[in-house]
Design a protein around this ligand. Structure first.
Ligand SMILES: Cc1ncc(C[n+]2csc(CCOP(=O)(O)OP(=O)(O)O)c2C)c(N)n1
Length: 351
């Protein structure tokens, strides 16, 4: 870990500074990371059984997502990607909908009322602009809301990244850009992605702070994001956070990382596991026992299994319904497509 990347909790679970959260919150977020990992492994298993389309695992990135998402208030917006299920779930997007979305069911794109999370974006980078738009709308409507957007190192090479960062900087908008630098964009290594020494450093060109953080450190992520959100809320403008982390699994269930990276790279990152280091810290504080671990694993697994059951028990989506999931009011183009399908005599389509 380079000196420049902020760290509070070492991989051994030792503190190098004041923890930004109370022990009860550390236990709550630890539990969330444990639950998220169970969901992630379930996602891969379900895909292999043919019950989901592709699945993009986030194992290794739990602290980057959970630590940052925990800093939001409910009214704040989150705009994230196909790999950010843990962050989205923590901000209120139910497991059931994340599963439906992964099964190609449009109902997974409709978060419950009051959950300010946009459906996951597959288009790399484009969603950063949506977050900027939401932050701008909040400003214009004088709402006390901040937007956060999650994206990978690869997304920083998209034109959308430049446009979003530039607009946010010029208009001084309440938005936090959270880059999960997991070292790869599918098979492309971080050092082929950009010649910049850090991704955080790119913020300088847009006139706002860029903070480099150990993304596998729950406490450092929690502190850096809370500070960025606070600054945005107080009118201090955007922040870019680079969370240095590692994708321990494949890009998706269709990918074989053995073709582009050495196996010992994964074994180098395993000891920096974001969950294990919080477990060590909690154990040293007398706030973790094996019995508690069994209890939380059983309870989180039961919730995930219930979500799988509920998602799979739904009546299949009728063709007519696929058009209504994206917008509050359907666009003329979607209405036209719906009419075309009806004219083709597709069962279940109202004309
Ligand atoms: C605009 C666009 N181009 C290409 C793709 C294909 N694609 C999907 S994920 C991905 C890599 C993205 O890498 P990164 O932004 O680092 O995020 P990560 O997958 O590592 O979380 C690519 C190229 C896409 N979905 N959208």
């Amino acid at each position: 870990m380079s000196e420049a990347f902020q760290q509070i909790l070492s991989p051994e679970g030792e503190l190098a500074g004041e923890p930004p959260i109370e022990i009860e919150d550390a236990r709550r977020l630890y539990r969330a990371m444990v639950g998220a990992r169970l969901f992630d492994r379930m996602g891969t298993a379900l895909q292999k059984q043919g019950r989901l389309a592709t699945y993009a695992p986030f194992e290794g990135q739990e602290a980057a997502q959970v630590g940052s998402a925990a800093a939001l208030r409910q009214e704040d917006w989150m705009v994230a990607t196909y790999r950010d299920a843990a962050a989205m779930w923590l901000h209120g997007y139910p497991w059931k909908l994340l599963l439906l979305w992964r099964a190609g069911d449009e109902r997974g794109n409709c978060p419950p009322e009051g959950v300010n999370v946009l459906p996951p974006s597959i288009t790399v980078g484009a969603h950063m602009l949506h977050a900027v738009g939401l932050a701008w709308a909040a400003r214009l409507q004088q709402q006390d809301r901040v937007a956060i957007t999650y994206f990978g190192d690869g997304a920083t090479s998209e034109g959308d990244f430049h446009e979003a960062m530039n607009f946010a900087g010029v208009y001084h908008l309440p938005v936090v850009f959270l880059c999960e630098n997991n070292q790869y964009a599918i098979s492309l290594r971080r050092d082929r992605q950009t010649a910049a020494s850090t991704i955080a450093g790119k913020a300088q060109g847009y006139g706002f702070p860029g903070i480099a953080v150990d993304g596998n450190d729950l406490f450092a992520m929690s502190r850096a994001t809370a500070e960025a959100i606070e600054r945005a809320r107080a009118g201090g403008g955007p922040t870019l956070i680079e969370a240095l982390t590692y994708r321990l699994g494949p890009h998706t269930t269709s990918d074989d990382p053995g073709r582009y990276r050495a196996a010992d790279e994964e074994s180098e990152w395993r000891p920096r596991d974001p969950i294990e280091r919080v477990r060590r810290y909690l154990a040293a504080e007398g706030a973790w026992t094996e019995a508690w671990q069994h209890t939380i694993e059983a309870e989180e697994a039961a919730e995930i299994e219930a979500a799988v059951e509920e998602a799979e028990a739904l009546a299949p989506l009728r063709p007519a319904e696929i058009f209504g999931a994206m917008f509050a009011e359907m666009t003329p183009q979607l209405r036209e497509q719906q009419r075309e399908l009806a004219a083709a005599g597709e069962e279940g389509v109202e004309g």
